[in-house]
Design a protein around this ligand. Structure first.
Ligand SMILES: Nc1ncnc2c1ncn2[C@@H]1O[C@H](COP(=O)(O)OP(=O)(O)OP(=O)(O)O)[C@@H](O)[C@H]1O
Ligand SMILES: [Mg+2]
Length: 391
């Protein structure tokens, strides 16, 4: 058999890229880009924690939208911005006290194991937190650009890596990460996209450290994101499946660490290694011992009702103790089907397949968002204290 030359390799790679671009465009049809779902009055009432019978009365009292009936539909629907306006006015949810100077909190979703649901958790939580009234920024630090794709950007064609990724800031071309922010189709959810070019950051950071001995290469992203804490209640970082310079930076920028971990023996082993390597590396950085987190949590993801998963969960529980979250995200055909269409479960106003399977996945995701909101509330309250002061 003929050996495969670099030319042939390039040609097969180009073919695959072209095919994927066409597929991406086809998946986005009939719309040129993603659109947010609408919400029934029942869904809005549920999100606001009110009885459906109160809907009309509260709409009149607070001048809120009662929605509109799409042609041929039986019941009224509200747009996402209308729904969020309802939630912000009516729902009894924790709020950041901006007047008191409270700042947004930074959350990092990390694990160097691939495919454990980091990106789907990061994007779903960003969406779910906007449905609790928050303004959220998602930073895609993964060169795969999966989070950007879920937020409606084709990483290889829609993103100008010289402007709207973490790269220009790391190059030193901007004072903060603020100029890289883009709005998305989802109200109150902005993004700093990722694409393959951001891999360069893995090389730039150590290269700069070699030439400048005072360059604190592990605090670059922290310095870039801190100015955005005034504008956003929550900033979520999606990280690559590695513990390189970028992930380290994100972990030093974060107030909360979320590790999705599938309860397979190899995944569990790798997660233990991840924490150990992180601690060893952190010990090398001057001043790192002052770092403190609001919370660190390990979430079992893609959990199946099989003996192997049950057994590994008990090991994880024993190893991680209080750091192991009680919420678990099941392996779900609904999640998989949604993600195959570049969507999360929150993008659908109707069940993706069966209502039971939809709920079985969405309920724990909602519980996770409620858990994060409680952590954020505590974090906001402590954010007016000088940094480095732990409780
Ligand atoms: N709860 C779930 N049930 C079934 N499949 C899931 C679930 N969550 C995620 N998946 C599938 O697992 C795969 C990986 O998900 P995702 O991209 O979120 O993981 P990741 O950790 O970000 O991956 P990577 O390490 O490559 O960045 C996807 O194909 C997705 O459809
Ligand atoms: Mg990912």
């Amino acid at each position: 058999m003929a050996r495969i030359s670099m030319d042939r390799l390039r040609s097969f790679s180009n073919n695959a890229s072209e095919y994927l671009n066409e597929l991406q465009n086809a998946l986005n049809k009939p719309h040129p880009s993603k659109t947010a779902p609408n919400f029934s009055t029942a869904a809005v009432s549920e999100l606001c924690g009110i009885a459906r019978t109160q809907f009309r009365y509260l709409a009149g009292k607070h001048h809120l939208s009662i929605g509109h009936k799409p042609a041929g539909a039986k019941s009224r629907e509200l747009t996402l911005p209308e729904t969020i306006s309802w939630i912000q006015t009516i729902a009894d949810k924790p709020r950041r006290n901006i007047e008191a100077g409270q700042l947004g909190r930074v959350l990092a979703v990390c694990n160097y194991k691939g495919g454990v649901a980091k990106t789907s958790t990061a994007v779903s939580m960003a969406q779910a937190l906007t449905l609790r009234g928050l303004k959220v920024l998602l930073v895609d630090c993964d060169a795969q650009g999966s989070a950007s794709l879920l937020l409606g950007f084709n990483p290889e064609t829609d993103i100008d890596h010289e402007k709207t990724t973490i790269l220009p800031f790391i190059h030193g071309d901007s004072e903060s990460l603020a100029p890289a922010v883009r709005t998305t189709y989802w109200h109150n959810l902005d993004v700093i996209p990722g694409c393959s070019a951001i891999l360069t950051a893995e090389f730039l950071l150590p290269a700069k450290a070699m030439t400048d001995r005072d360059y604190r290469f592990w605090e670059v992203i922290k310095n870039g994101i801190d100015p955005l804490r005034k504008e956003y209640d929550c900033i979520i970082f999606d990280t690559p499946p590695s513990l390189g310079h970028v992930t380290l930076n994100v972990m030093f920028a974060a107030d909360g660490l979320i590790m999705p971990c599938t309860p397979d023996k190899l995944d569990f082993t790798s997660s233990v290694q991840f924490w150990s390597v992180f601690n060893d590396l952190a010990a090398l950085f001057p001043g790192a011992e002052k770092k403190a987190y609001d919370f660190v949590t390990i979430i079992p993801t893609k959990v199946e009702p099989k003996d192997g998963h049950r057994l590994t969960k008990t090991w994880m529980q024993e190893a991680y103790g209080e750091f192991m979250n009680a919420i678990e995200i099941p392996h779900s055909a609904a999640a998989n089907m949604a993600l195959t269409q570049d969507r999360t479960i929150y993008d659908f106003s109707k069940p993706v397949n069966s209502p039971e399977s939809h709920r079985r996945y969405k309920d724990p995701m909602n519980h996770l968002a409620d858990y994060l909101l409680r952590q954020l509330e505590t974090g906001w309250a402590s954010s007016t204290k000088p940094t480095g002061v732990s409780e």
